[in-house]
Ligand binder design. Structure first.
Ligand code: SF4
Ligand code: SF4
Length: 327
């Protein structure tokens, strides 16, 4: 019989019996929900040490520790994707600098790619600790490039909504949001879940985020961080040429994964988000900051429109030209 290379332990005092760890384990038969509702270790020797279970435990109740020098590194010998052509990378860098200068943005726009199941991974660093997707996003706006397969994610919502795993039943029904007091009852939870997009299970293998100027992949979506005033100018820069009004969807649930990334991807339209309880609790997002995800093909229009607005409209507005002088 094979020997265990990892030990799995559950802190029953912390564990709320949500079952997410069991649902997220990619190796059948390692964990199951025990008769007392806590996770039970059935076949420890089959555990590969990926930490998808412990990383996605909302209470940090589960731990997986290597026995000896066992390590989990499934991509060590895998070929990586060719990076974006140099000219395209330089062009995206120019767009980033132009938009940031025109609007006075403090934070770098973040290029987001959801790597499909049949695609090669880009050459980019993986974090040594599990992170929430929103934490990776906030690090990317400061300059970090981060590649995260599902076993490096630590938000069960983001991990499953992005199609890197299946969706555990308690997330699919919304039951978990009642358990954590995020909605009043099962009906409200079910509606919230039904109104958000979710990618097909196992359709994606990793998320990749990087500052737009540094991305090595053509992004699916670009996410801007800014004040409400800067978001207004982003809208106006896109409306500058066609007068289009936007129809945004925001809820305070699943801000970065759904509202900033999946909705712009699915609708091919920009979307704003105010952040959610998860990303505001897990990152240093300022109270005065919000976000907008835009499809990549809008960047040219934004850069051109913002440059036009920066000639007169933006400085006039910031100089409060219509405010009466105080007598
Ligand atoms: S995910 Fe964490 S809290 Fe939920 S059952 Fe597993 S150990 Fe308990
Ligand atoms: S470390 Fe990976 S293989 Fe082991 S129990 Fe957790 S999810 Fe399953």
């Amino acid at each position: 019989m094979a020997e265990s290379q990892y030990t799995i332990a559950n802190d029953a005092k912390r564990c709320v019996k949500c079952g997410l760890c069991v649902a997220f384990c990619p190796i059948p038969g390692v964990l199951e929900v025990g008769p007392d509702g806590h996770p039970a270790v059935v076949d420890e020797a089959a555990c590969v040490g990926c930490q998808t279970c412990s990383g996605n435990c909302p209470k940090r109740a589960l731990t997986v520790e290597a026995i000896g020098d066992a390590t989990f590194d499934p991509y060590a010998d895998e070929e990586r994707a060719r990076p974006l052509a140099k000219e395209r990378q330089e062009h995206l860098g120019k767009l980033q600098r132009s938009i940031m200068e025109s609007l006075g943005l403090r934070w770098q726009p973040v290029a987001v790619s959801l790597i499909k199941a049949d695609e090669l991974l880009p050459e980019a660093p993986m974090p040594t600790e599990n992170l929430r997707f929103c934490q990776a996003m906030m690090a990317a706006r400061r300059g970090a490039s981060i590649l995260m397969p599902p076993f490096r994610h630590s938000c069960p919502d983001g991990t499953s909504i992005f199609g890197m795993t299946g969706v555990p039943e308690k997330l699919a029904t919304g039951e978990i949001y009642v358990l954590f007091h995020k909605v009043v009852d099962a009906e409200a939870a079910a509606r919230m879940v039904a109104e958000r997009p979710t990618l097909a299970p196992k359709s994606r293998r990793a998320t990749y985020v990087a500052p737009l100027a540094k991305t090595v992949r053509e992004p699916d979506v670009v996410v801007f961080t800014g004040t409400p005033e800067q978001m207004m100018w982003l809208c106006m820069s896109m409306s500058y040429y066609d007068g289009h009004r936007f129809d945004f969807a925001a809820s305070g649930f699943n801000s970065m994964c759904v509202e900033a990334v999946l909705l712009p991807m699915e609708r091919n339209e920009p979307n704003i988000t105010f952040g959610c309880y998860g990303c505001r609790a897990a990152t240093d997002i300022g109270e005065d900051m919000m976000f907008m995800g835009v499809p990549t093909d809008r960047l040219e229009t934004i850069a051109q429109g913002a440059a036009e607005l920066a000639k007169k409209a933006i400085p006039d507005s910031r100089n409060k030209i219509y405010v009466e002088p105080i007598m």
